[in-house]
Design a binder for this molecule. Structure first.
Ligand code: PLP
Length: 495
């Protein structure tokens, strides 16, 4: 199977080349040229497999230059019991008769980025070998919190890789900072930058384009790459959990084999819900893909009107991982819905970068309406939903997941569609203790890591071990540099 850019189909790449490159040379996203299909018989077989086996089976369909044996090794280390605290890896919890919650936060950093970032480093490291790359890859990350930690955990001690994370000194929570600064592993580095997230991000972009630095690192046997969410190696592992959740529901007798379900996804960069669309395209019986946004509701408007317009106010919300105005992975969706029309997609993306807005064709709009429903929920609604889920179901959820439950309720009330639905839960509530405590009506909130024990004491729910154990971890990194000195940090780490 080959991969092509969403902006020109001329060059065909193998999966290993697509994963090693991350982004196409023309700025487009690398996307499979065709999609494998899942038959009812395939689903029946997958039903009796473990999560790791399902991952091998499904990813293997897209990675024909990787052997099943290789992929098994990756799946066992990425999703093993030392990484995930639930043997199901991505367990499905039934909330009421027709509402099921897919928990994607049982990994080492307690958020859904682990599902992809535990797998990507293995895919990348093996891809480099397949491409005869002899240099060591150094992953550079600028993070506002969650992605940095998930990338550190994913790349930790993976052969042939180094990872260096920069975070803004004044832009992450005390818990996020401690999570990163206590990171273990021989190939990791963490450093804070004076300033906000933009300062860190601009600094990292400069490092990527610094030619003198690139040459010096090449001499030392390194080259830079990124682990961002547009890499095919991050999208692919996410297809697995939609199929896995369906199999689990059939196996538990909660839906009949072949029965259609809806999925409701708290969305930012459009990577997670795109994977749900790909699962549907492969043949998984999914009816509506319900796209849930917070007050940064650019996608709600787009899916309802066909006009994408990023020229709007930006809100800092209590679901910060969805505070995004440009959803990069939407480009892959447009490519599919335009019938793989690279010129048309290139036109939309050029308009987006020139004017911050574009309007899709009538055909694409009609397809979007058929596939998707969309809604949004502000911070008040988020808070009310956390409180209600706890009161009515004894189920403690984080703000991102609450956005999805709220939007599902809106959708059901408006459409009357009561199909069985999988709500995707993207973070442990213990990652957002302050918002959750405040939603539960607790006013005096503890400082630092004590807030984790407080949420546990108030609710009687045990905190995940990677968070409750944080206070006993040794701080390994405590350096803060000015933006101009990030380059020295890189040179020091990659000696
Ligand atoms: C990244 C993230 C999201 C958004 O996912 P996308 O794939 O970017 O749409 C939602 N919730 C949490 C907790 C996240 O970390």
């Amino acid at each position: 199977m080959y991969y092509v850019s969403t902006r020109s189909k001329q060059e065909k790449l193998t999966a290993a080349q697509a994963i090693a490159r991350g982004l196409a040379a023309d700025g487009g996203l690398l996307t499979p040229e065709s999609f494998p299909t899942l038959t009812a018989g395939d689903l029946e077989r997958l039903k009796d497999m473990t999560y790791q086996q399902r991952a091998v089976e499904i990813m293997g369909r897209y990675l024909d230059d990787f052997s099943a044996q290789e992929l098994s090794g990756f799946a066992l280390s990425a999703y093993g019991p030392d990484k995930f605290d639930d043997p199901a890896v991505a367990p499905v919890r039934t909330v009421d008769g027709a509402t099921h919650c897919l928990e994607l936060w049982h990994g080492p950093t307690c958020a859904f980025k682990d599902m992809a970032l535990q797998m990507l480093p293995h895919l990348l490291s093996a891809s480099l070998v397949k491409n005869h790359e002899t240099k060591t890859v150094c992953i550079l990350v600028a993070t506002s919190g969650d992605t940095g930690k998930a990338a550190l955990e994913g790349f930790r001690d993976v052969k042939g890789t180094r990872i260096l994370v920069f975070y803004p000194k004044n832009g992450v929570s005390a818990i996020q900072e401690l999570q990163m600064n206590t990171q273990e592993g021989e190939n990791v580095g963490v450093c804070s930058v004076v300033g906000n997230f933009d300062d860190a991000q601009t600094g990292v972009k400069k490092l990527f384009s610094d030619e003198a630095l690139g040459q010096e690192l090449a001499r030392r046997g390194y080259f830079f790459s990124s682990a961002n969410s547009i890499n095919w190696g991050r999208v692919l592992p996410q297809i697995v959990y939609y199929i896995s959740a369906y199999c689990d529901l059939v196996k538990a007798g909660k839906i009949a084999a072949g029965e259609s379900i809806n999925v409701c996804v708290p969305t930012g960069n459009f990577g997670n819900i795109l994977a749900g669309y790909y699962a549907k395209k492969m043949g998984l019986p999914i009816g509506k893909l319900i796209c849930a946004s917070n007050s940064n509701n650019v996608l709600t408007d787009f899916l309802r009107t066909g006009t994408y317009d990023r020229n709007r106010k930006f809100y800092n919300t209590t679901s910060p991982s969805m505070d995004i105005l440009i959803s990069s992975n939407l480009e892959r969706m447009l490519y599919e819905l335009s019938g793989c029309n690279d010129e048309e997609v290139g036109g939309y993306m050029a308009a987006l970068s020139a004017h911050g807005t574009y309007t899709v064709s009538g055909e694409i709009k009609a397809k979007l309406e058929e596939l998707f429903a969309a809604g949004y929920c502000d911070d008040e609604g988020t808070k009310a939903t956390i409180e209600k889920m706890w009161r009515e179901h004894g189920y403690l959820i984080d703000p991102h997941t609450a956005v999805a439950f709220h939007v599902l309720e809106q959708y059901r009330a408006q459409s009357g569609d009561m199909s069985p639905t999988v709500v995707v839960s993207t973070a442990s509530p213990f990652k957002f203790c302050d918002s959750v405590l405040s939603a539960l009506g607790v006013e005096e909130v503890s400082e630092g890591t004590a807030i984790i024990d407080q949420l546990s004491a108030v609710t009687g729910v045990a905190a995940p071990a990677p968070l409750s154990g944080l206070k006993d971890k040794r701080v390994r990194f405590d350096k803060t540099v000015a933006k101009e000195h990030m380059v020295d940090q890189v040179l020091e780490m990659l000696r």
